[in-house]
Ligand binder design. Structure first.
Ligand code: ADP
Ligand code: MG
Length: 472
């Protein structure tokens, strides 16, 4: 199945659940920690025992506000609601969530391309426990029995509901990456998709290109990586387009992504909000953070990835999109300080992109980096030598001068090149004559000979210039 993108347009809206990095659970003092022996991170509230009452975790609220502000949301008065459902891994049989009044509403984030994606809401809720189905294929249908681990039940979650503004699988991946960077930057989440602390549900629909109405969507669950999400979107879009093309209708459903088989299968038909019988939780009061708290949180926020990309683009003159990798690697401060110290911005960025993938690169001394770039710009080091010196700077922390000296990369100025070039001209009269007659290929011969004589220390450009000067 593949989709003709001249005919069809994909529409994607993502719901991202992130576990908040608190010490304890959202409504009790049970520890919030990944893993552990099953059913050891629990207490009466987690177990839904009669008489156990929720007490709100203030730090979870603070983290939610941080995320809301980082996503340009309005942080507002909010109310907890009960979402009623049969939850095999949530003994209360309702989930405390926020419904009509979420703590964060109506924001956006900016992708590295510069495109803004709307955020409908980002609300607080509690996580469920985990069921393990034993026997058969590990799914409930053919299991012999099921086990439940409540360690995760009651862990604070922030559900971030994005607007259906995404149009391709790549854009959806960029959105999740950006969101993850923001969550990590504000200290709200560790962003680990593989440990389930960041989980993505993916809503996909298709429409004919040019249509203004959205098509009927399906929601895809069980997406465990960005790669799986991209595959799931493309598969699901093609499936829906095939249905429509053959005269059938897309039915709103929740579907399960099977990464091994590379397809989605029906999980259940989609519930409507009414089915959950939401009502305000009588055990909890509303949260009204108030302007003072909000402003205190805002003032303490770090600079966010999109602002860092814009800053780097402005100060280096680079295209905005080009700055994404450098910021993702956390090398923007290094680059800016090096540029301030006089290094050529273009070379600084090129090195950050191509030669500084090593994790330790962020620890480079910016002054030393600037000095190295200056040595390259002045022609004291060739491009190859600069790359080698840079790698060694990252490795050893030594300065560029010392490393260059160690390798004998020291200043090969044109003064010391002249006798070598002249000697070669004299020793190879036939080649020299061909060069003077305009045979450009022989230039390579001379440059090669000079490199051999200097053990590669000469700057190729300087040799060519000298040869041309000698020809007159
Ligand atoms: P529900 O109330 O069923 O949760 P919402 O309207 O709140 O539905 O949307 C849930 C998610 O689905 C949001 O992330 C939204 O962006 C996305 N979405 C809504 N309509 C569509 C559509 N037609 N195609 C793709 N995604 C959609
Ligand atoms: Mg919704």
């Amino acid at each position: 199945m593949s989709l003709d993108l001249d005919v069809w347009e994909i529409v994607i809206g993502l719901e991202v659940h992130t576990e908040l990095l608190t010490r304890t659970k959202l409504f009790s003092g049970a520890v919030n920690r990944f893993g552990g022996e099953p059913n050891t991170h629990i207490d009466p509230m987690t177990l839904g025992l009669p008489g156990a009452l929720p007490v709100l975790n203030e730090h979870a609220v603070e983290l939610a506000i941080r995320v809301g502000l980082a996503l340009n949301c309005t942080v507002q008065r909010s109310v907890f609601a009960r979402k009623n459902y049969f939850y095999p891994d949530q003994p209360k049989n309702y989930q405390i969530s926020q419904y009509e009044l979420p703590i964060n509403a109506d924001g956006w984030l900016e992708l590295p391309s510069g495109k803004r994606v709307g955020i409908e809401r980002a609300h607080l809720e509690e996580d469920t426990g985990k069921s393990t189905h034993v026997g058969g294929g590990g799914r409930i249908h053919d299991a012999r029995y099921s086990l439940v681990d409540l360690n995760r039940a009651g862990v604070p979650l922030l559900e971030i509901v994005g607007r259906p503004d995404l149009r391709t699988a790549d854009e959806a991946k960029a959105y999740v990456s950006e969101l993850r960077s923001i969550l990590v930057a504000v200290g709200a989440s560790d962003g680990k998709m593989e440990e389930g602390s960041l989980r993505v549900d993916c809503n996909v629909s298709v429409r004919h290109r040019g249509d203004s109405d959205f098509g009927t969507r399906c929601e895809i669950k069980n997406i465990n990586s960005l790669r799986a999400m991209g595959r799931a979107i493309d598969y699901e879009a093609a499936r829906q387009a095939d249905l429509i093309s053959s005269g059938e209708a897309v039915v709103q459903q929740t579907r399960h992504w099977n990464d091994t088989e590379g397809r989605t299968t029906l999980l259940r038909s989609k519930e409507d909000a009414d089915d959950y019988r939401y009502f305000p939780d009588p055990d909890l009061v509303e949260i009204d953070p108030g302007p003072e708290w909000i402003e205190r949180v805002r003032a303490a926020l770090p600079m966010l990835p999109s602002a860092r990309r814009h800053r780097l683009a402005e100060r280096t003159g680079a295209e905005l999109e080009r700055t994404a990798l450098v910021v993702e690697r956390g090398l923007d401060e290094l680059c800016l300080t090096a540029v301030d110290a006089g290094a050529d911005p273009e070379r600084v960025l090129t090195h950050a992109e191509h030669n500084l993938a090593d994790e330790r690169a962020a620890g480079l001394d910016p002054e030393a980096f600037a000095q190295l770039v200056a040595m390259e710009t002045d022609g004291r080091l060739t491009a190859t030598q600069t790359k080698a010196v840079l790698a060694e700077m990252v490795d050893t922390g030594d300065g560029p001068d010392a490393i260059a000296a160690r390798h004998g990369y020291e200043a090969m100025d044109s003064g010391s090149l002249e006798p070598i070039v002249d000697g070669l001209i004299e020793a190879n009269p036939a080649e020299w004559e061909r060069f003077c007659d305009g045979d450009a290929k022989v230039a390579g011969f001379f440059v090669g000979q000079v490199m051999k004589a200097t053990q590669g220390k000469a700057d190729g450009k300087a040799v060519t210039a000298l040869l041309n000067a000698r020809r007159g």
